[in-house]
Design a protein around this ligand. Sequence first.
Ligand code: URA
Length: 216
Amino acid sequence: MKMADVNEEKNALLAQLSEEVVNCHSCPLSLTRNKVVFGEGNPYAPLVFVGEGPGQNEDATGRPFVGRAGALLDECMREHGITRNHVYICNVLKCRACIVENTRIRNRPPQLEELEACRDWLHRQLTIIKPLVIVCLGGPAANSLIHKDFKMLMERGKWFDSSPYCRYIAAALHPAYILRQHGEAFDKLRQSLIDDIGAARLKVIQAKREAPMELF
Ligand code: URA
């Protein structure tokens, strides 16, 4: 199959899948969401970022990483000349997980049943995209895609080559976590995200050298 045909097929399959996800009612998050956040970017990209799940801005717009965490991610990608056109970005959860606390709605970590309910969507999405490299942003993505006992402090930046979805996969700190730090700690962790994105860029180059593109 020619590359142009492969790309057209990917687009069609992703559009079809997105249609299904938008109508998903597999867990209670569908009752409180405003918009499903399927994912977006370049579906032919060799590099995919997988985050945790939509926050307030993403839930309002239906787009991934459009709030402060997204701005930090964009900034760190830009350090390597990478823009959203070069990558695909999605999340483990497609709907916002939140709780009401003193009349305020705030994000909360995803629960196991919610991750389970969403698992097949991510599986199908990544199977269609078939990137060379995946970077998990934060613990929930690393637990879902690398291994269930992933420990960010010990395993961040380590490359795994056993993923069914790509040639190489690693995890980086979630930009929202970095934003909660101050002063030197913030600078240090921001730099760690820049470094991890740089390492992912080099992994893409390595993977392209190692295997003919038609294998992906
Ligand atoms: N945090 C995530 O994990 N994903 C988003 O899309 C936004 C914030």
